[in-house]
Design a protein around this ligand. Structure first.
Ligand code: FMN
Length: 166
């Protein structure tokens, strides 16, 4: 599938805002992801004010680019919906990947910024949004229109040696 093949982490954006329709498509893609027992515990904070983006950019040493993005989506796991809490990371990871692939399909660029399981980053996100205990920060995805043409592009990562046949 083309969107999977050409997806890259895009960290530079051209300043154009992301349209509300596209933001909804990104969130719809996330909610279409599989989850253990169909528990659908992922929740999302849409962040687009410059002030909040700047604050969020300080949540980790590797998230400064958020300050120059038009949009960030914070992914959270709601413990109250976790029938299978041992699977929440997989569930949120699937939702995150769906957002990244949908972004490519919408001519956007995006990058996954790790939060969970690093306590300092979790605490920073928790504090910024005054999250209740039942909402666990998982990751932040920065999104925008790529500053560079072909920011999303194919890189061949096929390695036969990683495949094992029974
Ligand atoms: C769990 C996870 C955490 C990541 N955290 C960061 C991050 O904090 N900052 C960043 O710039 N990129 C981050 N990335 C993006 C990776 O660096 C990127 O996916 C990897 O280098 C491969 O490049 P590609 O996405 O272009 O294929 C993260 C990716 C994953 C899956």
């Amino acid at each position: 599938m083309e969107a999977i093949d050409i997806r890259r982490s895009v960290r530079k954006y051209n300043g154009m805002p992301v349209e509300d329709e596209k933001i909804e498509k990104l969130l719809r893609a996330a909610m279409q992801a599989p989850s253990a027992g169909n528990q659908r515990e992922s929740e999302f904070i849409v962040v687009s004010s410059r002030k909040s983006l700047e604050q969020l950019s300080a949540m980790s040493p590797y998230s400064g680019l958020i300050a120059r993005a038009p949009l960030a989506i914070v992914l959270l796991g709601n413990t109250e919906r976790m029938q299978f809490p041992e699977n929440w990371e997989q569930d949120l990871g699937a939702a995150a990947e769906n957002i990244l692939i949908e972004a490519v399909d919408l001519d956007l660029g995006a990058v996954w910024l790790g939060v969970h399981p690093l306590e300092e980053r979790i605490a920073a996100v928790r504090k910024q949004f005054s999250l209740p205990d039942n909402l666990r920060p998982f990751a932040v995805i920065a999104v925008g229109y790529p500053a560079e043409k072909e920011a999303n592009h194919f890189e061949d990562r096929w390695e036969r040696k990683r495949v094992h046949y029974e």
